[in-house]
Design a protein around this ligand. Structure first.
Ligand code: FES
Length: 147
């Protein structure tokens, strides 16, 4: 063990202000992250907080996309209108196929052709008999996160 390592250990133990910064240079980085802006708490510009579903900039305005729900890893269909994003469980209520992202205000299930209103998730054409279940989300600091 070098004298520097011993000194840094003492500074850490004593929590000497400024001492920790001196220990970080020239040694192997540990506990630091770079990039990965969509990883919660993964970068200096991403504060620790709710898990991120998607970056608002990645969700087409007037359309949407499919994203994973960090709460349960199930797919969500995101629908964006300006700075407002709604989310629905992407599982089709008919037989469970994942629906497609919205196009022209319509969410379609590719399996049997059910359609849903992107504005409220209501079924507009069967065979599904019920609409998509809304999942509460909000936009916070340019990120879509659980509400
Ligand atoms: S599974 Fe979606 S319409 Fe049948």
């Amino acid at each position: 063990m070098s004298r520097r390592s011993v000194l840094c250990g003492v500074l850490v133990a004593l929590a000497v202000p400024g001492g920790l910064a001196a220990c970080s240079s020239g040694s192997t980085p540990s506990g630091t992250t770079t990039g990965g802006g969509t990883v919660p708490g993964g970068g200096a510009t991403t504060p620790a907080g709710p898990p991120i579903i998607a970056a608002l900039a990645d969700v087409p305005d007037g359309g949407g996309l499919i994203a994973g729900n960090p709460a349960n890893s199930k797919p969500l269909v995101l629908v964006r209108t300006g700075d407002v994003v709604k989310a629905y469980d992407a599982t089709c209520p008919h037989q469970g196929t994942a629906v497609s992202p919205p196009e022209n205000g319509v969410i379609t299930c590719p399996n049997h052709g059910s359609t849903f209103n992107a504005a409220d998730g209501a079924v507009t054409k069967g065979p599904a008999t019920t609409g998509l279940k809304e999942v509460p989300v909000k936009v916070e600091a340019g990120q879509v996160v659980p509400a």
